[in-house]
Design a binder for this molecule. Structure first.
Ligand code: G4P
Length: 287
Protein backbone atom coordinates (compact mmCIF):
# COMPACT_ATOMS: atom_id res chain seq x y z
CA UNK A 1 0.00 0.00 0.00
CA UNK A 2 1.28 3.43 -0.83
CA UNK A 3 -0.18 4.80 2.34
CA UNK A 4 0.21 3.75 5.91
CA UNK A 5 -3.08 4.22 7.69
CA UNK A 6 -2.25 5.23 11.21
CA UNK A 7 -5.23 6.55 13.17
CA UNK A 8 -3.81 10.09 12.92
CA UNK A 9 -3.73 9.96 9.13
CA UNK A 10 -7.21 8.56 9.06
CA UNK A 11 -8.58 11.35 11.22
CA UNK A 12 -6.85 13.95 9.05
CA UNK A 13 -8.14 12.40 5.81
CA UNK A 14 -11.64 12.23 7.24
CA UNK A 15 -11.59 15.85 8.39
CA UNK A 16 -10.35 17.01 4.99
CA UNK A 17 -13.04 15.00 3.27
CA UNK A 18 -15.75 16.49 5.49
CA UNK A 19 -14.56 19.99 4.56
CA UNK A 20 -14.38 19.27 0.81
CA UNK A 21 -17.76 17.59 0.75
CA UNK A 22 -19.43 20.81 1.92
CA UNK A 23 -18.43 22.35 -1.44
CA UNK A 24 -19.94 19.77 -3.73
CA UNK A 25 -23.22 18.39 -5.04
CA UNK A 26 -22.11 14.96 -6.14
CA UNK A 27 -19.70 12.33 -4.82
CA UNK A 28 -18.10 10.21 -7.53
CA UNK A 29 -16.86 7.16 -5.68
CA UNK A 30 -14.37 5.00 -7.55
CA UNK A 31 -14.14 1.30 -6.79
CA UNK A 32 -12.17 -1.54 -8.33
CA UNK A 33 -14.55 -3.70 -10.38
CA UNK A 34 -12.70 -6.87 -9.34
CA UNK A 35 -13.53 -6.20 -5.67
CA UNK A 36 -16.32 -3.61 -5.61
CA UNK A 37 -17.13 -4.20 -1.96
CA UNK A 38 -13.64 -4.60 -0.53
CA UNK A 39 -12.45 -1.49 -2.36
CA UNK A 40 -15.14 0.67 -0.73
CA UNK A 41 -15.29 2.20 2.68
CA UNK A 42 -18.87 2.53 3.93
CA UNK A 43 -17.83 5.54 6.06
CA UNK A 44 -18.40 7.58 2.90
CA UNK A 45 -22.13 6.87 3.20
CA UNK A 46 -22.09 8.67 6.50
CA UNK A 47 -19.79 11.52 5.46
CA UNK A 48 -21.70 11.95 2.19
CA UNK A 49 -25.23 11.97 3.59
CA UNK A 50 -27.59 14.18 1.55
CA UNK A 51 -25.26 14.29 -1.47
CA UNK A 52 -25.98 12.75 -4.86
CA UNK A 53 -23.99 9.58 -5.28
CA UNK A 54 -22.36 7.92 -8.25
CA UNK A 55 -20.34 4.72 -7.93
CA UNK A 56 -17.92 3.91 -10.74
CA UNK A 57 -16.64 0.38 -11.17
CA UNK A 58 -13.25 1.16 -12.63
CA UNK A 59 -10.84 -1.34 -14.21
CA UNK A 60 -13.91 -3.12 -15.52
CA UNK A 61 -11.64 -4.28 -18.37
CA UNK A 62 -9.97 -6.61 -15.83
CA UNK A 63 -13.19 -7.88 -14.24
CA UNK A 64 -15.69 -10.51 -15.31
CA UNK A 65 -18.26 -8.79 -17.59
CA UNK A 66 -21.18 -10.72 -16.08
CA UNK A 67 -20.11 -9.78 -12.57
CA UNK A 68 -19.80 -6.13 -13.66
CA UNK A 69 -23.45 -6.20 -14.70
CA UNK A 70 -24.51 -7.82 -11.41
CA UNK A 71 -22.62 -5.23 -9.37
CA UNK A 72 -24.06 -2.30 -11.31
CA UNK A 73 -27.54 -3.66 -10.71
CA UNK A 74 -26.73 -4.28 -7.06
CA UNK A 75 -25.63 -0.69 -6.47
CA UNK A 76 -28.62 0.67 -8.39
CA UNK A 77 -30.90 -1.42 -6.18
CA UNK A 78 -29.24 0.27 -3.18
CA UNK A 79 -30.17 3.67 -4.56
CA UNK A 80 -26.82 4.71 -6.07
CA UNK A 81 -26.17 5.61 -9.66
CA UNK A 82 -23.57 3.20 -11.01
CA UNK A 83 -21.49 2.85 -14.18
CA UNK A 84 -18.71 0.47 -15.22
CA UNK A 85 -15.66 2.15 -16.76
CA UNK A 86 -12.11 1.58 -17.92
CA UNK A 87 -10.55 4.93 -17.13
CA UNK A 88 -7.24 4.00 -18.74
CA UNK A 89 -8.86 3.44 -22.13
CA UNK A 90 -11.51 6.10 -21.73
CA UNK A 91 -14.29 3.54 -22.03
CA UNK A 92 -17.62 4.36 -20.35
CA UNK A 93 -16.78 8.04 -20.00
CA UNK A 94 -19.69 9.29 -22.09
CA UNK A 95 -22.09 7.32 -19.94
CA UNK A 96 -20.52 8.91 -16.85
CA UNK A 97 -21.30 12.35 -18.21
CA UNK A 98 -24.97 11.50 -18.77
CA UNK A 99 -25.25 9.79 -15.41
CA UNK A 100 -23.80 12.80 -13.58
CA UNK A 101 -26.56 14.97 -15.01
CA UNK A 102 -29.16 12.33 -14.18
CA UNK A 103 -27.83 12.06 -10.61
CA UNK A 104 -28.02 15.84 -10.15
CA UNK A 105 -31.37 16.28 -11.91
CA UNK A 106 -33.11 17.50 -8.75
CA UNK A 107 -30.43 20.07 -7.97
CA UNK A 108 -30.51 21.39 -11.53
CA UNK A 109 -34.30 21.64 -11.32
CA UNK A 110 -34.14 23.43 -7.94
CA UNK A 111 -31.66 25.94 -9.41
CA UNK A 112 -33.90 26.46 -12.41
CA UNK A 113 -36.91 27.22 -10.20
CA UNK A 114 -34.82 29.75 -8.28
CA UNK A 115 -33.89 31.39 -11.55
CA UNK A 116 -30.27 30.24 -11.33
CA UNK A 117 -29.12 29.31 -14.79
CA UNK A 118 -25.96 27.56 -15.92
CA UNK A 119 -24.57 26.88 -12.47
CA UNK A 120 -22.46 23.79 -13.01
CA UNK A 121 -22.82 20.68 -10.91
CA UNK A 122 -19.84 20.42 -8.57
CA UNK A 123 -18.39 16.98 -8.07
CA UNK A 124 -15.56 15.32 -6.22
CA UNK A 125 -13.81 12.02 -6.82
CA UNK A 126 -13.17 9.79 -3.80
CA UNK A 127 -11.82 6.28 -3.29
CA UNK A 128 -9.21 4.16 -1.56
CA UNK A 129 -5.65 4.26 -2.93
CA UNK A 130 -4.93 2.67 -6.32
CA UNK A 131 -8.49 2.32 -7.63
CA UNK A 132 -7.73 4.79 -10.45
CA UNK A 133 -8.84 8.17 -9.09
CA UNK A 134 -6.03 10.14 -10.78
CA UNK A 135 -6.40 8.21 -14.02
CA UNK A 136 -10.11 8.95 -14.04
CA UNK A 137 -9.63 12.67 -13.38
CA UNK A 138 -6.98 12.92 -16.11
CA UNK A 139 -9.01 10.93 -18.59
CA UNK A 140 -12.28 12.61 -17.83
CA UNK A 141 -10.96 16.12 -17.58
CA UNK A 142 -8.81 15.55 -20.65
CA UNK A 143 -6.99 18.33 -22.39
CA UNK A 144 -10.11 20.33 -23.05
CA UNK A 145 -10.75 20.95 -19.37
CA UNK A 146 -9.83 24.35 -18.09
CA UNK A 147 -8.86 25.06 -14.54
CA UNK A 148 -11.11 27.69 -13.11
CA UNK A 149 -8.83 28.68 -10.27
CA UNK A 150 -9.51 29.29 -6.63
CA UNK A 151 -12.97 30.29 -5.57
CA UNK A 152 -14.12 31.93 -2.40
CA UNK A 153 -14.51 29.35 0.33
CA UNK A 154 -12.20 26.84 -1.34
CA UNK A 155 -9.09 25.88 0.57
CA UNK A 156 -6.12 27.64 -0.96
CA UNK A 157 -4.50 25.57 -3.64
CA UNK A 158 -7.63 23.68 -4.55
CA UNK A 159 -8.78 24.01 -8.08
CA UNK A 160 -11.91 23.24 -9.98
CA UNK A 161 -11.59 21.63 -13.35
CA UNK A 162 -14.34 22.70 -15.68
CA UNK A 163 -15.30 19.62 -17.62
CA UNK A 164 -17.95 21.22 -19.77
CA UNK A 165 -20.63 23.81 -19.27
CA UNK A 166 -22.52 21.66 -16.81
CA UNK A 167 -19.92 19.95 -14.61
CA UNK A 168 -17.00 21.07 -12.46
CA UNK A 169 -14.68 18.67 -10.66
CA UNK A 170 -12.41 19.26 -7.71
CA UNK A 171 -8.96 18.54 -9.16
CA UNK A 172 -7.66 16.57 -6.17
CA UNK A 173 -9.38 13.35 -5.21
CA UNK A 174 -10.44 12.50 -1.67
CA UNK A 175 -8.57 9.50 -0.34
CA UNK A 176 -10.64 7.00 1.59
CA UNK A 177 -9.02 4.55 3.99
CA UNK A 178 -9.43 0.84 3.35
CA UNK A 179 -11.24 -1.31 5.88
CA UNK A 180 -8.21 -3.29 6.96
CA UNK A 181 -9.79 -4.52 10.15
CA UNK A 182 -11.66 -7.03 8.00
CA UNK A 183 -9.16 -9.76 7.08
CA UNK A 184 -11.01 -10.78 3.92
CA UNK A 185 -10.86 -7.21 2.69
CA UNK A 186 -7.11 -7.08 3.34
CA UNK A 187 -6.58 -10.30 1.45
CA UNK A 188 -8.60 -9.21 -1.57
CA UNK A 189 -6.82 -5.87 -1.73
CA UNK A 190 -3.55 -7.79 -1.61
CA UNK A 191 -4.74 -9.98 -4.50
CA UNK A 192 -5.34 -7.00 -6.76
CA UNK A 193 -1.98 -5.52 -5.82
CA UNK A 194 -3.12 -2.66 -3.62
CA UNK A 195 -0.88 -3.73 -0.76
CA UNK A 196 2.86 -3.87 -1.23
CA UNK A 197 4.02 -7.42 -1.85
CA UNK A 198 7.01 -7.10 0.45
CA UNK A 199 4.71 -7.04 3.46
CA UNK A 200 2.72 -10.07 2.36
CA UNK A 201 3.29 -13.71 1.87
CA UNK A 202 3.11 -13.87 -1.91
CA UNK A 203 3.28 -17.66 -1.97
CA UNK A 204 0.24 -18.02 0.25
CA UNK A 205 -1.58 -15.43 -1.84
CA UNK A 206 -0.85 -17.28 -5.08
CA UNK A 207 -2.16 -20.52 -3.59
CA UNK A 208 -5.42 -18.83 -2.58
CA UNK A 209 -5.58 -17.45 -6.13
CA UNK A 210 -5.01 -20.87 -7.69
CA UNK A 211 -7.83 -22.34 -5.59
CA UNK A 212 -10.12 -19.44 -6.45
CA UNK A 213 -9.47 -19.74 -10.17
CA UNK A 214 -9.93 -23.50 -10.14
CA UNK A 215 -13.29 -23.11 -8.49
CA UNK A 216 -14.72 -20.05 -10.26
CA UNK A 217 -12.85 -19.68 -13.53
CA UNK A 218 -12.35 -23.22 -14.74
CA UNK A 219 -9.86 -23.39 -17.56
CA UNK A 220 -8.05 -20.11 -16.74
CA UNK A 221 -4.90 -21.79 -15.41
CA UNK A 222 -4.86 -24.66 -17.91
CA UNK A 223 -5.30 -22.22 -20.74
CA UNK A 224 -2.51 -19.86 -19.64
CA UNK A 225 0.09 -22.34 -18.42
CA UNK A 226 -0.91 -25.58 -20.13
CA UNK A 227 -0.69 -27.54 -16.89
CA UNK A 228 -3.14 -29.80 -15.10
CA UNK A 229 -4.97 -28.31 -12.10
CA UNK A 230 -5.48 -31.68 -10.40
CA UNK A 231 -4.25 -32.27 -6.87
CA UNK A 232 -3.14 -29.84 -4.16
CA UNK A 233 -2.74 -26.17 -5.01
CA UNK A 234 0.97 -26.30 -4.20
CA UNK A 235 1.37 -29.03 -6.82
CA UNK A 236 -0.29 -26.78 -9.37
CA UNK A 237 2.15 -24.00 -8.44
CA UNK A 238 5.02 -26.45 -8.84
CA UNK A 239 3.83 -27.38 -12.34
CA UNK A 240 3.59 -23.71 -13.27
CA UNK A 241 7.12 -23.15 -11.89
CA UNK A 242 8.56 -25.98 -13.99
CA UNK A 243 6.72 -24.86 -17.09
CA UNK A 244 7.98 -21.30 -16.74
CA UNK A 245 11.51 -22.20 -15.69
CA UNK A 246 11.23 -20.93 -12.12
CA UNK A 247 14.07 -23.14 -10.90
CA UNK A 248 16.87 -22.11 -8.56
CA UNK A 249 20.56 -22.70 -9.33
CA UNK A 250 20.55 -25.72 -7.04
CA UNK A 251 17.70 -27.13 -9.17
CA UNK A 252 15.08 -26.57 -6.43
CA UNK A 253 11.70 -25.16 -7.39
CA UNK A 254 11.58 -21.37 -6.98
CA UNK A 255 8.09 -21.11 -5.49
CA UNK A 256 8.44 -17.42 -4.68
CA UNK A 257 9.25 -16.58 -8.29
CA UNK A 258 6.39 -18.71 -9.63
CA UNK A 259 4.00 -17.14 -7.10
CA UNK A 260 5.05 -13.62 -8.15
CA UNK A 261 4.52 -14.60 -11.78
CA UNK A 262 1.00 -15.91 -11.15
CA UNK A 263 0.02 -12.80 -9.16
CA UNK A 264 1.51 -10.47 -11.75
CA UNK A 265 -0.31 -12.23 -14.58
CA UNK A 266 -3.59 -12.13 -12.66
CA UNK A 267 -3.21 -8.42 -11.87
CA UNK A 268 -2.45 -7.47 -15.44
CA UNK A 269 -5.41 -9.46 -16.77
CA UNK A 270 -3.34 -12.13 -18.52
CA UNK A 271 -5.25 -14.85 -16.63
CA UNK A 272 -8.48 -13.49 -18.04
CA UNK A 273 -11.17 -11.21 -16.67
CA UNK A 274 -11.67 -12.27 -13.08
CA UNK A 275 -13.87 -10.89 -10.30
CA UNK A 276 -13.03 -11.85 -6.73
CA UNK A 277 -16.37 -11.11 -5.05
CA UNK A 278 -20.00 -11.08 -6.12
CA UNK A 279 -23.06 -9.33 -4.76
CA UNK A 280 -24.66 -12.66 -3.87
CA UNK A 281 -21.69 -13.58 -1.69
CA UNK A 282 -20.01 -15.93 -4.16
CA UNK A 283 -16.29 -15.95 -3.41
CA UNK A 284 -16.79 -15.49 0.34
CA UNK A 285 -15.71 -19.02 1.14
CA UNK A 286 -12.47 -18.69 -0.78
CA UNK A 287 -10.87 -15.73 0.83
P1 G4P B 1 -5.30 6.34 -7.49
O1 G4P B 1 -5.22 7.77 -7.98
O2 G4P B 1 -6.68 5.95 -7.09
O3 G4P B 1 -4.31 6.00 -6.41
O4 G4P B 1 -4.95 5.37 -8.74
P2 G4P B 1 -4.19 5.69 -10.11
O5 G4P B 1 -5.00 6.59 -10.98
O6 G4P B 1 -2.79 6.10 -9.80
O7 G4P B 1 -4.17 4.25 -10.79
C1 G4P B 1 -3.54 3.13 -10.19
C2 G4P B 1 -3.14 2.12 -11.26
O8 G4P B 1 -4.31 1.60 -11.89
C3 G4P B 1 -2.29 2.71 -12.39
O9 G4P B 1 -1.40 1.70 -12.82
C4 G4P B 1 -3.32 2.96 -13.49
O10 G4P B 1 -2.75 2.97 -14.79
C5 G4P B 1 -4.21 1.74 -13.32
N1 G4P B 1 -5.57 1.95 -13.85
C6 G4P B 1 -6.38 3.02 -13.61
N2 G4P B 1 -7.56 2.87 -14.25
C7 G4P B 1 -7.50 1.66 -14.90
C8 G4P B 1 -8.44 0.92 -15.70
O11 G4P B 1 -9.58 1.32 -15.94
N3 G4P B 1 -8.00 -0.28 -16.17
C9 G4P B 1 -6.77 -0.78 -15.88
N4 G4P B 1 -6.46 -1.98 -16.40
N5 G4P B 1 -5.88 -0.11 -15.13
C10 G4P B 1 -6.24 1.09 -14.63
P3 G4P B 1 0.09 1.67 -12.41
O12 G4P B 1 0.59 0.29 -12.67
O13 G4P B 1 0.26 2.20 -11.02
O14 G4P B 1 0.75 2.66 -13.35
P4 G4P B 1 0.86 2.58 -14.97
O15 G4P B 1 0.83 1.13 -15.34
O16 G4P B 1 -0.31 3.33 -15.51
O17 G4P B 1 2.15 3.24 -15.22
Amino acid sequence: MNYQWYPGHMTKAKRQMQEDIKLIDLIIEITDARVPMSSRNPDIDDIGRNKSRLILLNKSDLADPKANESWIQYFKDQGYHAVGIDARNKSGIKKVQNTILEACKEKIERDRKKGIKNRPVRAMVVGIPNVGKSTFINTYAGKAATKTGNKPGVTKGKQWVRLNKSVELLDTPGILWPKFEDQTVGERLAMIGSIKDDILNIEELSLVMIDYLREHYAGAIEHRYEVSVEGRHVEVLERIARKRGCIKQNQEIDYAKAAALVMDEFRSGRLGRVTLEYPDGCGEEDA
